[in-house]
Write a protein that binds this ligand. Structure first.
Ligand code: NAP
Length: 312
């Protein structure tokens, strides 16, 4: 059996946090390896347009922004590998990381595995994913040209994606479980003023209906308990995210919501293991904050390697 490849820094995840960490570490000559995981670019790669990343006053398409991050990290010597970690062992040094294809040892690790869309966990949802149930407006919006569709959720994601979906759909009905939206005032104003958007407040979806394709939903009006069926061609669900931490359970300390607990310098409970981006941030979830956390984690990894005399 061949021995595992050794690296000073292994970065798990290639969204804004992982790629920014890779850029900073590469510029410090660490030749970091970045395992992309199943989704190169993370959530921003499936975001139609990013309007709040500084330096792009006209906005920038998510995939384009990610490509620029990637190009810049590679230019300085970061190596992106299309592979996914399947097991980690942080109890011994160097750390050991098994992937679908091989095994690595690493002096330091930055966990930037991001977060995944939450499901409603109602009947019909799993069965009809890809058949009218979606968690990605940019990926699936164009399938719904001229149709009536529904968005579930009342936060920034739900309203932002509902506004995006108006490009294709005949109408977008936002279903929210309370009578007050959680989204910020600017998005609320844009959504309320949009002629194709309507709201069903105090309402939950209890079942997604259809044989091979979504044909409708069962709705419950929360204050009265009244149930009814509502025909609809597509259901887009944006009810928040959960962090991708399964690999690290029992090794890294998680907070009460399951996110990796880090101090303000991105240190986890294990010296030499850092975390950055949405896997460690339930609050901001922005490209700029994730990239900032990634840069900070890389600088901390560099200090750690210097302090432990792994760097000259
Ligand atoms: P979020 O703020 O947690 O909102 C989730 C929404 O889904 C809430 O309205 C919540 O209802 C609803 N919800 C949760 N579980 C539900 C369930 N089981 N059934 C029905 N509804 C459910 O998530 P998010 O919108 O993804 O935003 C997360 C963070 O990213 C926020 O900090 C947000 O500001 C940020 N973000 C910012 C932008 C931007 O700046 N342009 C864009 C996207 C996201 P309740 O309100 O009743 O809890």
């Amino acid at each position: 059996m061949t021995s595992p490849e050794h690296t000073q820094l292994l970065i798990l995840g290639a969204g804004p946090a992982g790629l920014a960490a890779g850029l900073y570490a590469a510029r410090a000559d660490l030749a970091p390896i970045i395992l992309t995981g199943p989704e190169l670019g993370g959530q921003v790669a499936i975001t139609y347009i990013v309007e709040n990343y500084p330096g792009f006053p006209e906005g920038v398409e998510g995939p384009n922004l990610v490509n620029r991050f990637k190009e810049q990290a590679e230019k300085f010597g970061a190596r992106l590998v299309l592979d996914t970690a399947t097991a980690v062992d942080f109890s011994q040094r160097p750390f050991r990381i098994r992937t679908t294809k091989t095994e690595y040892t690493a002096d330091t690790v930055i966990v930037a595995t991001g977060a995944t869309a939450k499901q409603l966990e109602i009947p019909g949802e799993d069965e009809l994913i890809g058949m009218g149930v979606s968690y990605c407006a940019t990926c699936d919006g164009h399938f719904f040209k001229g149709m009536d569709i529904m968005v579930v959720g009342g936060g920034d994601s739900a309203l932002e994606e509902a506004l995006f979906l108006t490009r294709y759909a005949n109408s977008v009905t936002i279903v929210h479980r309370r009578n007050r939206l959680r989204a910020g005032p600017l998005l609320q104003k844009r959504a309320r003023e949009h002629p194709k958007i309507r709201f069903l407040m105090d309402t939950v979806v209890t079942e997604i209906l259809g044989e091979d394709m979504v044909e409708g939903v069962r709705l419950r009006h929360v204050p009265t308990g009244e149930e009814r069926e509502h025909p609809i061609a597509g259901v887009f669900i944006f009810i928040g995210y959960h962090p991708n931490t399964d690999l690290f359970e029992g090794q890294l300390t998680l907070d009460e919501r399951g996110y990796i607990a880090v101090d303000k310098h991105m240190h986890t409970n294990i010296p030499g293991v850092f975390a950055a981006g949405e896997v460690a941030d339930s609050r901001y979830r922005q490209v700029i904050t994730s990239a900032g956390m990634g840069a900070a984690a890389a600088m901390e990894a560099i200090h750690f390697l210097e302090d432990t005399e792994k760097l000259p």
